[in-house]
Structures are given as structure tokens and as C-alpha cells.
Design a protein around this ligand. Structure first.
Ligand SMILES: [Zn+2]
Length: 72
């Protein structure tokens, strides 16, 4: 499943993923993350699981990011 991505493609994909994150969209499938399964965390941020299985964190300031391994 986890395919090795050549460097040249990574350089293209990273800005697209950053853009998707800024829009509150899943970097994998492009779905709106507000439609994902959201659970509140102790620090007030939200953990959101997209329907494709990817996990994100919506920070208190509204910024989206990928969940870290230890948060999954
Ligand atoms: Zn997704």
C-alpha cells in the first residue's frame, strides 16, 4: 500500500497537501474534514478521522494538521 514516491513527485505533492490542509480537507481523498468523525481532546483541540481512515487534528486556533503517530 505505502508506495515509494520519487522525489520529483514529492515536491509536487507536498504543496498540494499543504493547500488541502489549509482548506480543512483530507490530503488523501480531498473530503471536507468537518464531515469526519470528530472527538474532542483534553487540550481542547479535536481529533478527526476521515472516512478514508486518515487521522487529523484540528487545533484550537482552527488550523488543521496530520495527527502524530502517538496521537493515533
Ligand atoms: Zn480522507
Amino acid at each position: 500500500m505505502a508506495r515509494r514516491v520519487p522525489r520529483v513527485f514529492k515536491n509536487v505533492i507536498a504543496p498540494v497537501q499543504a493547500w488541502l490542509m489549509a482548506q480543512g480537507r483530507c490530503v488523501g481523498c480531498g473530503r471536507d474534514l468537518t464531515e469526519g468523525k470528530s472527538t474532542k481532546r483534553r487540550d481542547g483541540s479535536h481529533k478527526v478521522i476521515c472516512s478514508c481512515g486518515r487521522i487529523f487534528v484540528n487545533e484550537k486556533n482552527g488550523k488543521w494538521r496530520r495527527a502524530l503517530l502517538e496521537e493515533v
